[in-house]
Design a protein around this ligand. Structure first.
Ligand code: MLT
Length: 395
């Protein structure tokens, strides 16, 4: 048997696995110390009451022969697809429930979507970026071109008319930098994709953090996007489902290549390789879109926003350059002069016992930067900021 040789081109570990290993080693050596984790963007607030209530009810249904559910429909229960459709409508986007595919999270769908495309494609990925986009294309042996996202362009890379691409990855609000594309900028990307016959793979997992009514929550708010984009979203950050697992991918009927409707391929792929999200989870996800559920998840997001404010105030106070934190749960800041991102990771872990994510883990343009998440508790966030303040002021 022959293994896929492209795995040898990957870093030995996935970014967040490397961080987890380092933190485990540190904790084992200092079991009595209190580490504050601001690395992986994992939520800390419990599921909201509306979701819990819906899930309890669904569990009870599973306990009775008359209301028990076996295999879920491969592409999602109609009640959840309809609820998601309604959410899009609130942002002025008309999609039909059949164009919405429920999955177990944006990470899986973003990773699995590569099955649909030929290996001939040229893939364009901004740098820095969520590592899943890169790793899944490396695994598939695809040629990747990178697009520089830097402080100069506000970490919002724009297309170069002279560079052709077939597949473009965009993430807005951006992970890791927190930068958000405006409507005009997204229109430029859509125009580029249409001109190049390319597809935009648009990750909007953090859309619930957008706090400016003028900023788009969905690429489908942009004219022409239905013909050239696939959108991924998730309940992880919107409703605290990181451990529950549920997300959705939207592929409109208008997205066609060589006469083939792309959503048919995705439907076929999912039916073959995926058995659907469980009933209990989908009932919980449906509850997010009720009036009460929405109010409650917005309340939780407001708590994370408060953390982000504390972080923003800290970095302003100590005069360290940063971006993000406004429409995103991440702060992306510069590391002290003369340190690499990983050196700062070790320094922060050892001297302040705070865990973050080194910018270089997201790509070469992330070198010299560091990402901190606002998904902790207010108490831990404030304590971590005090530790960081003391450490950086003493330098
Ligand atoms: C992150 O920290 O970048 C995210 O939590 C990772 C993910 O959503 O898979």
């Amino acid at each position: 048997m022959f293994l896929n040789p492209h795995f040898a081109e990957l870093q030995e570990n996935y970014l967040f696995a490397t961080i987890a290993n380092k933190v485990s080693a540190y904790t084992a050596a200092h079991p009595e110390n209190k580490i504050i984790r601001m690395g992986i963007g994992d939520v800390t607030q419990p599921l909201v009451p509306a979701v819990i209530e819906a899930m309890h009810k669904a569990v009870d249904e599973m306990a009775k022969k008359e209301t028990f559910h076996g295999y879920a429909p491969d592409h999602g229960y109609p009640f959840l697809r309809e609820a998601i459709r309604g959410y899009y409508a609130q942002h002025g986007v008309e999609v039909s429930a059949s164009e919405i595919f429920v999955g177990d999270g944006a990470k899986s769908d973003v990773g699995n979507i590569v099955d649909l495309f030929s290996d001939e494609n040229t893939v364009l990925i901004p740098d820095p970026v969520y590592p899943v986009y890169v790793d899944t294309n490396v695994m598939a042996g695809r040629k990747i071109s990178y697009l520089d996202a830097t402080e100069e362009n506000g970490f919002l890379a724009m297309p170069d008319e002279n560079v052709h691409a077939d597949i473009v990855y965009l993430c807005s609000p951006n992970n890791p930098t927190g930068a958000v594309y405006s409507r005009e900028q997204l229109q430029t990307w859509v125009d580029y994709a249409l001109a190049n016959n390319a597809v935009i793979l648009y990750d909007t997992a953090y859309e619930a953090f957008i706090s400016d009514a003028d900023l788009p929550h969905s690429i489908f708010e942009i004219p022409g996007a239905k013909k050239c984009a696939i959108e991924f979203c998730s309940f992880s950050k919107t409703a605290g489902f990181t451990g529950v697992r549920c997300g959705y991918t939207v592929i409109c009927d208008e997205l066609v290549s060589g006469g083939v409707q792309v959503n048919r391929l995705w439907a076929r792929r999912q039916s073959t390789k995926f058995n659907g999200v469980n009933y209990i989870t989908q009932r919980g996800a449906e509850a997010v879109f009720t009036e009460e559920g929405m109010k409650q998840v917005r309340g939780v997001i407001a708590l994370y926003r408060k953390n982000a404010e504390v972080m923003v105030d800290t970095f302003r106070e100590i005069g360290v350059w940063f971006t993000g934190g406004e429409h995103s749960p991440y702060i992306w800041h510069k590391v002290p002069d003369g340190m690499t991102s990983w050196e700062f990771f070790d320094y922060l872990l050892q001297k302040a016992e705070v865990v973050g994510t080194p910018g270089s883990g997201f790509g070469k343009n992330g070198e010299g930067y560091f990402r901190l998440t606002a998904f902790g508790t207010l108490e831990n966030t404030a304590a971590a900021m005090e530790r960081i303040k003391r450490l950086l002021r003493a330098r």
